[in-house]
Write a protein that binds this ligand. Structure first.
Ligand code: FES
Length: 131
């Protein structure tokens, strides 16, 4: 449970279709500015629970119309979080509850934190080091 509001960003710090990321108690999330609003989701693909992006801040498809998972290509509406194509079609990204004060956006206290997403790359590297 998030104990207090946490500052995420000011809308003016992002260009349209630009994303920002944050880690809260080991739970990664991202937010995208879209049509002068901000949409935030926990960074975990509903397909298998891995982070959506493979590069920092890169969450959108090449046309910047959808959020796209880098693992298997599922695409999600930016404003809905709903998967519209890919292996988890019909599933949704988990939204982060935001609070807005002027153009500043905050994560709202009291919301439940998700289970940390699976980091397959870190697991593979740890397995290599162990072998
Ligand atoms: S892990 Fe995202 S589409 Fe498979």
């Amino acid at each position: 449970m998030l104990k207090q509001d946490i500052f995420l960003c000011n809308l003016d710090d992002l260009a349209e279709q630009e994303a920002t990321e944050l880690n809260v108690e080991q739970c990664p999330l991202f937010a995208v500015r879209h049509n002068d609003n901000l949409y935030a989701y926990w960074n975990s693909c509903p397909h298998v629970g891995v982070p959506l992006n493979w590069m920092p801040g890169k969450f959108l498809d090449i046309d910047k119309r959808f959020i796209q998972c880098s693992s298997h290509g599922a695409i999600f509406g930016i404003d809905t979080g709903k998967c519209v194509a890919g292996p988890c079609v019909g599933d949704h990204l988990s939204p982060v509850v935001l609070k807005q004060k002027d153009n500043d956006f905050y994560l709202t206290a009291g919301q439940k934190l998700p289970n940390p997403s699976i980091n397959l790359r870190a697991q593979a590297l740890a397995d290599l080091e162990d072998s």
